[in-house]
Write a protein that binds this ligand. Structure first.
Ligand code: GLC
Length: 442
């Protein structure tokens, strides 16, 4: 109280005694009030930045989408942060950021298998009431479904994906052979061409212990007539003979020198580079590789064929794993309105078309598969639509990341000869059943 009184006395005295003090005080007051008005206006005109993390190689084509969005929305920027080049390491980074709280991400670039875990953990905004049934009708149904959890929508599809087989048309035709119909054909054609020194390696696939190993494996597994986890009954098929045969087939590709020993450390881009250097006959990969292997500076431009994955002899169809990426909104974002605007734009028709044309990715909007401009550039798209429609889904369960981790570990042990395939698959099945049983109890 004394301090206030002394201050008041000081100001009243100075006010009456000094003209300079009066003028100075008015000046200070005027400047302060101006700042109070100006600062909020300036702040409100600063662009809002929405951050999202994605695999580094996926960034260049995404910039087409971002540029178009920013041109239409001058007040909003999208910042793409470079993540490591594997789906599950990106998932780990998002997960850590949400667990620690204060996540810097507003938008989430989500793989097709992340929704149940992220939604169950409460990290995502519910988009159900923001998107109409009519908006969703244009997308492939599985792409939409993979964005739902317990009936609510949390992720919108940006692109789809499906595993395919690339082969060297030129080498196969020059040797008077036909493209493969079965996994055994892949082995025998590879051997013939390797013996002729037409190519160093036969078959490239993704064998590192990561999510890509699982996607590649479910394709071979389906090709042998097996399955991993039935999402309805939660039955586990990993210790059945078909699964053991599938693991054994992959081990044999290495043992017989068809696949390089290093294949157990490769991700998609490692295999694509070796294939593009002209060093292999077959490559299992996603459709993104088409655009790259046919670039002007590619050694194999125009020499590559693309086809659905082939099954084991006697099986009706080969498996193609459904992949794909979409976008969700972090519950912790400070800019939900702007983030929603971005989600709607990124998934809308015209930007999607430009994005697909640029990237060669698989569309999630169905009409783009037969769009004349797209088919003129990518003639295999109508066939891709069939592959996507029949693709094998990874099980949509909240414990997906753990189930995948179990499969990755045991498969990797079998492929690197640390465990016999039969034992590895038996252990994987047991651990998966315990995981699912624990989940049921919860
Ligand atoms: C691709 C697929 C994705 C999958 C990943 C595995 O990016 O689109 O669904 O999980 O490959 O490496």
């Amino acid at each position: 109280m004394n301090v206030t009184r002394s201050l008041r006395q000081f100001f009243t005295q100075r006010w009456h005694q000094s003209r300079r003090f009066r003028v100075g005080s008015w000046l200070v007051l005027t400047v302060l009030s101006a700042l109070l008005v100006v600062i909020p206006v300036v702040l409100s005109q600063q662009p809002v930045t929405l951050r999202l993390l994605m695999l580094a190689p996926d960034i260049p084509p995404y910039k087409v989408l971002v540029k178009a969005f920013e041109a239409q929305n001058p007040g909003i920027r999208i910042q793409l942060d470079e993540g490591p080049n594997s789906a599950n390491t990106n998932e780990d980074l998002y997960t850590t950021s949400f667990l620690l709280g204060n996540s810097p991400y507003d938008l989430i670039n989500m793989d097709v298998v992340w929704t149940p875990k992220f939604a169950a953990a409460g990290w995502l905004l519910d988009l159900t009431d923001q998107v109409s049934a009519q908006d969703l009708a244009g997308f492939s149904p599985q792409a939409v479904e993979s964005g739902r959890y317990e009936g609510r929508l949390y992720r919108m599809p940006v692109r789809s994906d499906a595993g395919v087989l690339y082969y060297r048309k030129d080498l196969i035709a020059n040797a008077g052979l036909q493209p493969p119909k079965t996994l055994d054909d892949i082995m025998s054609i590879s051997k013939t061409l390797q013996d002729k020194k037409a190519a160093r390696w036969g078959y490239l696939w993704q064998g590192r212990q990561y999510e890509g190993l699982v996607t590649m494996f479910v394709e071979v597994l389906k090709g042998f007539g097996g399955f991993w986890i039935d999402p309805q009954s939660l039955d586990v098929g990993l210790d059945r003979p078909e699964a053991v045969r599938a693991a054994e087939f992959l081990r044999q590709t290495i043992a017989q020198g068809i696949s390089p020993p290093g294949v157990t450390t490769y991700v998609e881009e490692d295999t694509r580079r070796i294939f593009q250097a002209g060093d292999a006959v077959f490559l299992r990969n996603w459709p993104y590789a088409w655009e790259l292997v046919n670039k002007d500076d590619s050694r194999i431009k125009g020499k590559v064929g693309i086809m659905p994955m082939v099954p084991a002899p006697g099986q009706p169809v080969g498996g193609s794993c459904l992949g794909g990426w979409g976008v969700g909104i972090a519950k912790t974002t400070r800019h939900p309105q702007e983030a929603l605007k971005a989600v709607k734009f990124l998934t809308s028709q015209a930007p999607q078309k430009a994005y697909i044309l640029e990237s060669g990715y698989v569309p999630s909007r169905r009409n783009l598969f037969n769009d004349p401009e797209i088919v003129a550039k990518y003639s295999h798209y109508p066939q891709l639509l069939k592959i996507v429609d029949q693709a094998v889904l990874r099980p949509s369960i909240a414990q997906y990341a753990q189930a995948s981790d179990i499969l990755q570990r045991y498969l990797s042990a079998a492929l690197t000869n640390q465990q016999a395939p039969e034992q590895a698959m038996k252990d994987a099945a047991g651990e998966t059943r315990r995981l699912l049983a624990a989940g049921r109890k919860r």
